[in-house]
Design a protein around this ligand. Structure first.
Ligand code: ATP
Ligand code: MG
Length: 422
C-alpha cells in the first residue's frame, strides 16, 4: 500500500507547490481523496494540498493565486498552467443544525485537520517530499479490508453533518466496499439530521452514485438505510418488485446521467413527475426536460409493429438527436424487465435508426414551403389559416416524406384548401 503511494504519479505543479511551502518551513501534505486513491492504486481525479501556512502566507509564497475560499482557508495556486488548491489545516467548531459548523479555526497540526474528516480512508495525509504517510485512524487497514468507517463515533459524525451518511453509501457504491457495522447502524439513527441537508449537496452525491458501475447496489443500500425515502420517496415507496426492476434498469443502462435517470424513473412516474423530481434534485432545466421526454417515450416495446408514419411522428416528438438516448433507455428497461423480447425490440430500434438516417422532414422549418409560400399559394395574408395549413402539410409529410417538394406541397395545399374552405 505504501509502495503504491511512493510510486504514484503526482503532477509536477502539485509537487512544486508542496516543495515551495516546504522550503518556507511550513508543514504540507496531500490530503483526502487523492491519498485514498493513491494508496488504493487508483489515479486521483484531483490533488488537494493542506498546509500549516495561513492563507495570507500561501498567497505571499506564489506569484499567481486566486483567493477561492479564503475565509475557509482555501487558496488556488496557479502553477505551471494548472490550478492547485491549497487549504490551511482546519478544525471545525460545533455544528448547530446538522448542516455547517458554527466556526472554523486554523490549526498547526495535521492530525487536527484529519480528525474533522468523514471516513478513515479519507483522513490520511501524505508528504511526497519526505515520503511520510500520516494515518492516525487506520485508513490503510480499512482500505485493505474494503470498509467504510467513520472517524470516531459514526452517530456523532452523522449528527454533525447529515450529508456524511449519504457519502458513506456513495463511497460504498463507487468503491464496492462495505459499511462498517457501527457506521451502517448510525444511518437510520440519524435520518432526522439527513432531512435537513440541502438538496444541492444531495445532488452531487446522487450523481456520483448513479454514474458508478455499481449503481444498482448503491440504490439498494440507499433504500435499505432509509436515506432514499428522504429525497426520492417515489422509488422508496414503490413495491419491492417495481423498485428492483427500476434498479436493474439503471444497472443495464450506459453510464450517462440522463439515460440513467430516465431508466430509474420511467416505470415509476409519468413525464410531469419525472420533471418535478429532477428539478427537486436540483438538476438543470435542460436535464429535467430531457429526462421527462425520455420517460414519456421510454416504453418503445409497445410500439413494435407500428407503421413508419407513426414512428416518424415519434421521431418528430423526440428529435433525432435524442434518439440514441431514447433507445438506450428502452433497451435497458427491456433487458431488466422482459429480456425475452430483446430481438423484437432490437428490430424496432434498427427500424427507428434507419428512418432517422433517411433524415425525413420532422419540423415545419424543414417543409419545402415557407409560411410566405403558403400565404402566396392561398392568396391570403397572415391569419390563423396559415398555422392550420402548416400543421396539415407537416402531417402529410410525416405520412409520406416524398411529398416534400414545393410543387407537390402546393398541389396538396390547394386541394386541402378547396376541401376546407366554405
Ligand atoms: P471524490 O474522489 O469523489 O472527489 P473525495 O474524497 O475527494 O472523493 P470530496 O467530496 O472531493 O471527496 O472531499 C474531499 C475530502 O474532504 C474528503 O476526502 C474528506 O476528507 C473531506 N470531506 C468532504 N466532505 C466531507 C464532509 N461532509 N465531512 C467531513 N469531511 C469531508
Ligand atoms: Mg474530490
Amino acid at each position: 500500500m505504501i509502495a503504491n503511494l511512493h510510486n504514484a504519479d503526482i503532477p509536477k505543479p502539485v509537487l512544486d507547490v508542496i516543495g515551495r511551502l516546504r522550503e518556507l518551513g511550513h508543514a504540507v501534505y496531500l490530503v483526502g481523496g487523492c491519498v485514498r486513491d493513491m494508496v488504493h492504486n487508483v489515479a486521483p481525479k484531483d490533488f488537494d494540498v493542506a498546509t500549516s501556512a495561513l492563507p495570507e502566507e500561501v498567497q505571499r509564497a506564489f506569484r499567481k493565486v486566486i483567493p477561492t475560499g479564503i475565509q475557509h482557508g482555501t487558496v488556488t495556486v496557479v502553477q505551471g498552467g494548472t490550478h492547485v488548491e491549497v487549504t490551511t489545516f482546519r478544525s471545525e467548531g460545533d455544528y448547530h443544525d446538522g448542516r455547517r459548523p458554527s466556526s472554523v479555526a486554523f490549526e498547526r497540526d495535521i492530525v487536527k485537520d484529519l480528525s474533522r474528516r468523514d471516513f478513515t480512508m479519507n483522513a490520511m495525509a501524505y508528504n511526497p517530499v519526505d515520503r511520510e504517510l500520516v494515518d492516525p485512524f487506520g485508513g490503510q487497514t480499512d482500505l485493505q479490508a474494503q470498509l467504510i468507517r467513520c472517524v470516531g463515533s459514526a452517530q456523532e459524525r452523522f449528527s454533525e453533518d447529515g450529508l456524511r451518511s449519504l457519502r458513506a453509501v456513495r463511497f460504498a457504491a463507487v468503491l464496492g466496499f462495505s459499511l462498517d457495522p457501527d457506521t451502517r447502524a448510525a444511518i437510520p439513527a440519524t435520518l432526522s439530521v439527513f432531512r435537513k441537508v440541502a438538496f444541492e449537496r444531495i445532488h452531487d452525491e446522487l450523481v456520483k452514485l448513479l454514474l458508478t458501475p455499481r449503481a444498482e447496489l448503491g440504490l439498494e443500500l440507499l433504500a435499505d438505510t432509509g436515506l432514499l425515502d428522504v429525497f426520492l420517496p417515489e422509488l422508496a415507496r414503490a413495491t419491492p418488485e417495481a423498485a428492483r426492476l427500476a434498479r436493474a434498469a439503471v444497472q443495464a443502462a450506459p453510464v450517462e446521467l440522463e439515460v440513467r435517470l430516465a431508466a430509474l424513473l420511467s416505470d415509476l412516474v409519468d413525464r410531469t413527475q419525472a420533471r418535478d423530481i429532477c428539478l427537486r434534485m436540483k438538476f438543470p432545466n435542460k436535464v429535467a426536460d430531457l429526462v421527462a421526454l425520455l420517460v414519456e417515450q421510454a416504453k418503445l416495446e409497445t410500439r413494435v409493429g407500428e407503421p413508419d408514419a407513426a414512428l416518424r411522428r415519434l421521431l418528430a416528438r423526440v428529435g433525432w438527436v435524442q434518439l440514441p438516448q431514447l433507445i438506450a433507455v428502452a433497451r435497458a428497461r427491456v433487458q431488466a424487465r422482459e429480456p425475452q423480447r430483446r430481438s423484437e425490440v432490437e428490430a424496432l430500434f434498427t427500424r427507428l435508426e434507419s428512418l432517422a438516417a433517411a433524415k425525413p422532414p420532422l419540423t415545419p422549418k424543414e417543409l419545402a414551403l415557407t409560411g410566405a409560400d403558403i400565404m402566396a399559394t392561398l392568396g391570403v395574408g397572415p391569419s390563423p389559416i396559415i398555422g392550420e395549413a402548416t400543421r396539415f402539410l407537416m402531417e402529410s409529410v410525416l405520412d409520406d416524406p416524398s411529398l416534400n417538394s414545393a410543387d407537390t406541397l402546393k398541389r396538396v395545399l390547394k386541394e386541402w384548401h378547396a376541401r376546407t374552405a366554405r
